[in-house]
Design a protein around this ligand. Sequence first.
Ligand SMILES: Cc1ncc(COP(=O)(O)O)c(C=O)c1O
Length: 274
Amino acid sequence: MGATPFFVDVREDTFNIDPQSFKQAIIESRELGLNPAVVIAVDLFGQPADVDAITEIAHAENIKVLFDGAQSFGASSKRRRVGSMGDATTTSFFPAKPFGCYGDGGAVFTSSEEDAEIINSIRLHGKGSQKYDNVRIGLNSRLDTLQAAILIEKLKLFPGELSMRSSVAQNYSNLLSDAFSIPILSHGNTSAWAQYTLKLDNREAVQAKLKAAGIPSVVYYPIPLSKQLGYQHYPQVSRGVEISEGLSEKVLSLPMHPYLSDTTQRRVVTALTQ
Ligand SMILES: Cc1ncc(COP(=O)(O)O)c(C=O)c1O
């Protein structure tokens, strides 16, 4: 789209965008001659970002709010479901997500009729009022019919799976809170628990221990976006994105899915604590 990403830092406790860093970014991006138009707030690991603070700061400056709910679909903030907040929310139905299909898929949610029409047009090659009347440059981004059929069936199971994920997370927290830095939910938030992620000072040793016990674990993500080759030349807040960079060296996600049994969880915990 020709836009310039401007990186801001995250909060140490929730891993999500830090509203103060975002505020700073508005000032500093304007000093660079940029025109901040939209903030993309990712709901990392399943927990909604700081919805109210971000929306208030953004809207006061005429900036649109786009939530990335790929990992948080099904979660809520102060009883508002993901997908109903901000100007729009995107989600992914990639199989690894809490609500996944069997291939690629995704959706965009908005309460703006006008935006919905544009998004619909973009997903179908830029269509206008008629299918073969193209009013803009678009994409082939239709949700595949087969994937849609799978999602319709899985949607029936999804509320149950969300509460099972919550129980699995609670069980981990009960078993691990004494010895580990466990995930924290902000007041009023529920999480879709896409991941259950610990912060560790000795990550390599812990991951090796888990591996030796045959237990998979994953680092989401070893390289923050601001350090990725394709993005590292873009600007960031002057204070830097130290917390994001620091977290990328500490985080480790444990096995997490709705059908994880208590016995298996105890195996994971034993491997972690032995
Ligand atoms: C937070 C987040 N945003 C976006 C994506 C991308 O989703 P997709 O590959 O379906 O576009 C993912 C998953 O890979 C994700 O976890």
